[in-house]
Design a protein around this ligand. Sequence first.
Ligand SMILES: [Zn+2]
Ligand SMILES: [Zn+2]
Length: 385
Amino acid sequence: MEVQWALVCHGLVTLLVLVSFFCGQWPIFQGTFVEKLHYFLTFGAYDYFLRFVGWVCGDRGTNVVLSVEYYCCYRPNPILQVTYLAILGATFYFIVDSSFAYIPNYYLGEIHKYISILAVGVGLVLFVLTSFSDPGTVKAENVSQYISAYPYDNIIYLEKECPTCKIPKPARSKHCNICDRCVARFDHHCGWMNNCIGERNTRHFLLCVYGAVAISLILASRLKEMKVVHFLTAYYGVENSFIGLAPHVSQWLLTFYNMQILLMVFLGVVSLLMAAFFGYHTKLSLSNTTTNETFKWQDYLSLQRKINEAKASTAALKASISELSAESRPPPNKWRSFFRRSPLEDAEKVVKKNIYDKGILHNLCEVVFPPSTRPSFLPAKTKSS
Ligand SMILES: [Zn+2]
Ligand SMILES: [Zn+2]
């Protein structure tokens, strides 16, 4: 029985570590143990490690660690790409090793073996496409094409030059410090793909994330059914109810299928995270916004709100000064001031005016067929040739 409990604890700890690492900074975990664990896993542990190295090896040791950190976090490198492939490969290997022997069975036909191989293959192709395709690098030769494809909204994008590339900066583009280039319709730099996600590879990226969700679901379902309920009720005479079956089923599964249980917990968590990530990027695509722009809009809206609140407060202050200076007025009623609206409520509402959002269908079309690749935006020379 101890072995089963050890496995349950192992599963729970894996779940806790994965959730803390990936989602610990979410508002729902604020002030909880999960947030503290997230901080420890992302910053705290590294900080202790750095101090330990400094204590043991001195400044030289610390400098080596810092230059490794610089390479890993601030330069293009294939570390996460290799990690992704290793996780995918190892998970699939363990599934084939532990569960393919049970296929075909009562619920799953032989074909499911081939579907899972195909899913992993398609996932790999999309991963390679996203990793090695051009995200839409802006250069002196093609900058005019991007400027005509993406007009300035004069709200979050004003006409200016990239100080590093010394070329005009088209609207919606951003200079990626890791890749050291300007990228059109910049979304974010993806460490897993070792590439920027921009105008020309958002479509592959979306499909790749969708592929990852599908693969994890397919692999998880591969492990789903081992006919245990059928065995227990038919051969062991256990009462066919949830309460009657639950302890026996969990004991059975943990004894004979512990590898499958661990894989299922891992894939379940990964599926949930990937589904959330896919949902987020689908929402962005449907409203024709990028991850980079959501931060820009947040900054813009909070600044505008503060300006409007300051204006409203000034107006309220002026009004109360003129009220005080009017001598003929009766003494102010204390209840009136109690129920008076706060000047902040009179502040003008700030709205987000995203000029690039032209309706769901049009927005999706832009992701699949990037505007700068359309004939109408190609330079005249290319058109005539
Ligand atoms: Zn640049
Ligand atoms: Zn980049």
